[in-house]
Design a protein around this ligand. Structure first.
Ligand code: PGA
Length: 254
């Protein structure tokens, strides 16, 4: 695991966009695992700028997103399909037919999860998986629990996650109670993982994920077992790691 320190959110986003760009330049038909939430928005903005400058071609890129709320259609402005269209896909030359997000309206969600696992397989696996991290250490919507779920599955969102995402809805009652999410196995199968963290609210989860025991109670901790993880975190998110001396030399400052 490599940890890169970023000064702030913008610096984190710039560094992340550089790594994603490098992936696209090195493999123009790469499969990108994409994430939603506040964290990756800045990186997506920078990717759009690189595309507009003529430096980045998405025409052969395929993508699979981590998760989707159960019960929301792709047209709902809080659905993750809508988020991806709005924050990235509508602004670059990606073929939307090559972009995948679980269907939150599937009549049979279990069958949809199976279908999604097949999609990832048929795409040939994920070259670069982008991740944010929840305040509780979740990745995708893999919430703290007793086991690491392998494949795509339906999950009951924790109260903490619903509260944290309520800021995007008019009231907490509107936040869906369930979601479809890639499992930890899907994420761990990605060839490379890029985890982003910004803000003090993420400091504890990030510290525990990078240096605590590997446990499904802190889902991101499983990334310690992946052979190619890059973490880019701003100073606020790194604060606990910095405080617990001994780990300093694992952080790349630049
Ligand atoms: P955030 O969410 O980017 O909105 O902080 C991250 C996550 O829950 O994975």
């Amino acid at each position: 695991m490599k940890i890169y320190a970023a000064k702030d959110y913008n610096d984190m986003s710039r560094k992340a966009a550089n790594i994603i760009s490098a992936q696209i330049l090195l493999k123009p038909d790469a499969v990108l695992g994409l994430a939603t939430g506040s964290t990756p928005v800045g990186a997506y903005r920078q990717l759009i700028e690189k595309h507009e400058a003529g430096d980045l071609d998405f025409s052969r890129i395929h993508s699979v997103n981590l998760d989707e709320y159960k019960g929301l259609s792709g047209d709902h402005d809080q659905s993750y399909r809508y988020f991806m269209n709005h924050n990235l896909f509508d602004h670059v030359n990606i073929d939307k037919a090559n972009t995948n997000v679980p269907n939150g309206l599937a009549e049979d969600p279990e069958a949809e999860c199976k279908r999604y696992n097949h999609v990832i397989e048929e795409e040939g696996g994920i070259d670069l998986q982008l991740l944010g991290i929840g305040n509780n250490g979740h990745i995708g919507f893999n919430e703290p629990c007793d086991v690491f779920e392998k494949g795509t599955h339906v999950v009951t969102l924790t109260e903490e996650t619903r509260q944290s995402n309520a800021r995007f809805f008019t009231s907490i009652d509107e936040v869906p109670t369930h979601a479809l999410t890639m499992g930890v196995g899907n994420i761990m199968s990605a060839k490379k993982v890029l985890l982003l963290a910004s803000g003090e609210g993420k400091a504890k989860a990030l510290y525990e994920s990078c240096f605590g025991p590997v446990t499904p109670q802190v889902p991101a901790s499983v990334l310690q077992l992946h052979s190619d993880v890059v973490v880019i975190a701003d100073e606020a998110a790194l604060s606990l790691i910095r405080k617990n001396t001994g780990w300093e030399d694992m952080i790349y400052d630049n």
